[in-house]
Design a protein around this ligand. Sequence first.
Ligand code: FNR
Length: 190
Amino acid sequence: MSNYDVGYIIGSLSKESVNRILSKALIRLAPPQLTFAEIPIKDLPLYNRDYDVDYPPAGRALKAAISGVDALLFVTPEYNRSMPGVLKNAIDWASRPWGDNSFALKPSAVIGASPGKLGTALAQLGLRSVLGYCNSPHMTSPEAYIQFRPDNFTQDGEVLDDSTKQFLTGFMADFATFIARVHSAVPQHG
Ligand code: FNR
């Protein structure tokens, strides 16, 4: 299998984000052909279409970062049964200006963690719908709704619970296979 660069986007700006811990765990457990770089979203202004004539540096940097990777991994919290506004704002930036949608044919996967039992299921449902509209082929199976228990993870992303570790390892292996499948079927630009 080829090597792929994966950009990961964390839908939380919190310094204590459990989704950031989850992202560290995913990177640890991913197969070696995947290389990771975070795509930051914290400096983006709130999008409005007046920017389309001349994107500011933060908007250009976001689009360049997405263009430079082979796939995207979204690691998101759930806010009020939806994705956080910071993540939706970043997606709106990257989807525009009209005709220059950064997500087109870019393979992606979605995962998220919450202290609650639904494990971000509703946020992910909405995010998948958005990615579908943005024409990003996204992995539909396995789904990964992680109920975050502090005892199961160290701060630097070591997974202490065996079944969680096995599940996340399988999720990342399946993501690598999915990326390869999309790249073999769809010519990539950028
Ligand atoms: C939450 N939280 C939350 N959890 C959940 O499972 N479903 C939800 O709808 C919500 N809604 C929600 C709204 C707002 C405004 C906040 C601040 C929090 C709790 C949330 O899962 C928890 O704070 C996580 O720790 C957030 O993820 P990060 O920031 O730690 O990665």
